[in-house]
Design a protein around this ligand. Structure first.
Ligand SMILES: NC(=O)c1ccc[n+]([C@@H]2O[C@H](COP(=O)([O-])OP(=O)(O)OC[C@H]3O[C@@H](n4cnc5c(N)ncnc54)[C@H](OP(=O)(O)O)[C@@H]3O)[C@@H](O)[C@H]2O)c1
Length: 313
């Protein structure tokens, strides 16, 4: 018997990198998954698909009626140049999708008793060395502003009768199931080209989690009534950028890792990778005090074991 046997789970924003990984994991555990997204997920899988626009109430709301849980991952990628229009989409895609899910919960007869909501560990900002846990104050800047608005929309939308679990998630490392491989795909390519060395100071934190562990945590949030409120979703041993890349190079057996000075990243990231240089130049160290206290056992607590697993398969 799987842990999610027969449970009906709706994954809003489930057509992307994490959604397809989670859908696979939930189906393996016996769950019946419906993905709610604007476009049909690429490829096929053990899920049904319902279309929404992520902002207006529609017939799609019926998919929530009688469901056992909703997981909300919807959000435009932050891996882009932060032009004003991209910033607007990053905010709206998260806040509006969360608010409209709340409206849908109120429109159906039998709304899901559990709501598991994605959030970001970037809400802690970019402290150079402080290790943040669930008791830390949130940070300053664009990402913390988005995180606060996203979480406020969740608190406003969750039914008082629902158990809500909010997941401040760090960088997820996992496989590509047809919707992209997340940032690890890009870092792996950079490392294979011999360019995976120190970026800027190299001391910026890289907090990460293996996809199997985040999937297990989200599944546990669905079934375990003791899980409630906000958690940091990240492996217990975050590393510096230099250590992350040297571990990655060891795993893929690339001896050379040329460094990138800050000015190179500031010019190269928007021009070549069409992304935000600050994603590479800044970072954060986060660790979950609550998961440690509640005894969650990570399958991949260290980066070496996690990367070895992903590159071996
Ligand atoms: N990957 C990570 O390391 C990581 C870490 C922390 C938090 N997160 C968060 O987890 C969520 C999923 O991440 P991911 O890596 O799977 O991202 P992804 O591959 O870019 O998938 C994003 C999902 O959001 C939907 N979406 C995009 N723009 C939307 C919009 N304007 N309105 C409604 N839905 C929209 C997409 O579906 P459609 O475009 O088909 O609607 C897709 O299902 C995101 O919110 C992300 O910020 C990710």
């Amino acid at each position: 018997m799987g842990k999610l046997d027969g449970k009906k789970i709706v994954i809003a924003g489930g057509s992307g990198f994490l959604g397809l990984s989670m859908a696979d994991h939930f189906a393996d555990a016996g769950g019946k998954v419906t993905i709610l997204s604007r476009s049909r997920p690429k490829g096929s899988g053990r899920w049904a698909h319902t279309t929404w626009d992520g902002r207006t109430l529609g017939k799609w709301a019926e998919s929530l009626d009688g469901a056992d849980a909703v997981v909300n991952l919807a959000g435009r990628t932050v891996n882009c140049v932060k032009t004003p229009d991209h910033q607007d989409e990053i905010l709206r895609s998260r806040v509006e999708s969360t608010l409209v899910l709340g409206q849908a919960m109120r429109a159906v007869k039998s709304p899901p008793p559990v709501w598991v909501q994605m959030s970001t560990a970037h809400i802690y900002g970019d402290p150079p060395s402080a290790v943040c846990d669930e008791d830390s104050v949130v940070g300053m800047g664009f990402a913390p502003t988005i995180g606060r608005a996203w979480e406020a929309a969740f608190h406003q939308s969750k039914l008082s009768s629902q158990r809500g679990v909010l997941m401040r998630t760090s960088f997820v490392i996992g496989r590509n199931r047809g919707a992209g491989g997340g940032a690890l795909g890009t870092l792996g390519l950079i490392a294979r080209l011999g360019l995976g060395g120190r970026v800027g100071s190299g001391t910026q934190g890289m907090s990460w989690i293996h996809e199997d562990d985040i999937n297990a945590l989200f599944a546990d949030a669905i079934t375990n009534n003791a899980r409630s409120g906000m958690y940091i979703v990240s492996a217990p041993y975050p590393v510096s950028q230099v250590e992350f890349m040297s571990t990655l190079r060891r795993v893929i057996k690339m001896p050379i890792g040329l460094p990138a000075f800050e000015w190179m990243v500031r010019i190269g990231a928007p021009l070549v990778l069409r992304t935000d240089p600050e994603l590479a130049l800044y970072g954060r160290y986060v660790v979950s005090k609550r998961l440690a206290a509640e005894g969650f056992e990570f399958k991949f607590p260290t980066l070496m074991t996690a990367l070895t697993d992903l590159y071996r398969r």
